[in-house]
Design a protein around this ligand. Structure first.
Ligand code: AHR
Length: 500
């Protein structure tokens, strides 16, 4: 796009213009059996920082700092060939299997009970996924029983015999993963999957009626069958399903065009709007009183290419899909987070995919843990938005033409209101190569109480040698109390401004 000297936006911000509460579960993440996510990631018994359970404490500390409310597990594509029974009980008796999704060896030394321990140590909630590829409705109900029943039945007693007296009370359950994708083990047509998922969810709810189930929507908004797949699976499974899953990953169409890449959040917003319309169509057609909400249970920036692929097949815990993110990637993640907050009326669960090493905000090495550029926007949104009300900041925002997504906003913004403190927390991402002037009109006189910004050069990356090239830092400000506030947002920037 052409450089612009000054772009002007005007926004009206009123605490009564509420979109919805931003659920804690929107700040989730995802751990799959792939590459160095589990093995040599969160689980590395021989590492200096590992505890008696083999979990790396430097990793759990970073996860706590990131503010991860929930973690989806164990996949991902891995899920569709996984027998959860292989991963419980005496480790010396667990079978070594093939991980067909990623051409790896699965030693099964980390399974459901180890994952629950990880969640406890990392202060996060488990979100489980059941296999709808090679797995059956019975297998799914049995895992629900293993996790959630207190005792007196075969699988709940097995859990107790394995040393876990109390049930795990897992609330969120994904019924399969990306079942529309030809790469998925035992992918199937929408009608078939919808029927199977409905029966599986029904059995799972027979076991524990309090659970919330997630139906596989299309694996991407770019899929040729989106949103027809979504309509068809909803038609089959509406009664036993609470959420539809959305998956989205963004990358460059053209590496030289950063503003095009940073138009991705506009595409994400359109994707959610189309999914809303699809769910609401099925609701109306079924004359149902029930709304289907969204679990965006895989979202992130993901750059592909041979440099990120496996170095060796049929190994355990070797690097795979290890993206090293830069400042521009962090801007994109911040923009995507504004979209999640602005759609909090329907997005009730979301998972940054993934958590450690594999397209992740946290990288590990033998020497320690690295916070990637994308770690920082996630941390700030999670710490500042959870449980607050998202406010619709209405007004005028100019657009620019992006090569991939057409006309898109020249500013991404989201606002949360803390009623107890009487504070507005505003998040701004300027995706353009010119400064943006935001003229804000509040419902009362306010002044700036805090201003922070993402520091770094456009393509700067954090590394183990230079871990702080991209991070969140304070920004100087002067402020006069008034209902009218003007802020200038520099080209390619992310800012958090608190008004009180
Ligand atoms: O997150 C990596 C992969 O992306 C997951 O296994 C799959 O669900 C998606 O295609």
């Amino acid at each position: 796009m052409k450089e612009k000297a000054q772009t002007k936006c005007s926004l009206f911000i009123c605490s009564q213009n509420v979109i919805s509460r931003v659920e804690e579960s929107v700040f989730g993440s995802f751990v799959e059996h792939i590459g160095r996510s589990v093995y040599n990631g969160i689980y590395q018994p021989e590492h200096a920082t590992a505890d008696k359970d083999g979990i790396r404490i430097d990793v759990t500390e970073a996860v706590k700092e990131l503010g991860v409310s929930l973690v989806r597990y164990p996949g991902g594509n891995f899920l569709s060939g996984y027998d959860w029974r292989d991963g419980i009980g005496d480790k010396s008796c667990r079978p070594v299997r093939t991980n067909l999704a990623w051409k790896e060896i699965e030693p099964n030394t980390f399974g459901t009970d180890e994952f629950m321990k990880f969640c406890e140590k990392a202060g996060t909630e488990p979100m489980m996924a059941v296999n709808m590829g090679t797995g059956t409705a019975r297998d799914a109900a049995d895992l629900t029983e293993y996790c959630n029943l207190s005792g007196g039945t075969y699988w709940s007693e097995k859990r107790k015999a394995n040393g876990h007296e109390k049930p795990y009370d897992v609330k969120y359950w994904c019924v399969g993963n990306e079942m529309d994708g030809c790469w998925q083990m035992c992918a199937m047509p929408a009608e078939e999957y919808g029927r199977k998922a409905n029966e599986a969810a029904k059995l799972m709810k027979f076991v524990d009626p309090s659970i919330k189930t997630v139906l596989c929507g299309s694996s991407s908004s770019k899929s040729p069958t989106f949103p027809v797949w979504d309509r068809k699976v909803l038609e089959q499974a509406y009664d036993n399903i609470d959420f539809l899953s959305l998956h989205t990953y963004y990358t460059y169409a053209d590496r030289a065009d950063v503003s095009d890449f940073l138009a991705s959040p506009a595409d994400f917003d359109r994707y959610i709007r189309t999914a809303k319309a699809t769910c609401d169509y099925v609701k109306a057609a079924k004359k149902s009183g029930k709304d289907i909400d969204f679990a965006v249970d895989e979202w992130n920036v993901w750059h592909t290419g041979s440099e990120y692929d496996h170095t060796e097949n049929w190994t355990v815990g070797k690097p795979c899909l290890e993206n090293v993110y830069d400042y521009a990637d962090a801007l994109c993640v911040a923009g995507l987070l504004t979209v999640l907050v602005n759609n909090s009326d329907r997005v009730k669960v979301a998972c940054l995919a993934q958590l450690v090493n594999v397209i992740a905000p946290i990288l590990t090495s033998e020497s320690g843990v690295l916070r990637q550029s994308t770690f920082y926007p996630f941390r700030e949104f999670s710490a500042r938005c959870r449980g607050l009300e998202a406010i619709d900041a209405v007004g005028y925002v100019p657009t620019y033409k992006s090569a991939s997504y057409g006309d898109v906003p020249a500013l991404y913004k989201s606002v949360c209101y803390d009623a107890e403190k009487g504070e507005y927390v505003c998040f701004f991402v300027n995706p353009t190569g010119g400064a943006v002037q935001a003229e804000l009109t509040f419902d009362r006189a306010v002044s700036i109480a805090e201003r922070k910004t993402l520091k770094g050069e456009l393509h700067a990356k954090n590394s183990f040698e230079n871990p702080d090239c991209v991070s969140i830092v304070d920004k100087q400000f002067t402020s006069v109390k008034s209902a009218s506030q003007k802020v200038e947002l520099q080209s390619y920037s992310f800012e958090i401004i608190k008004f009180k």
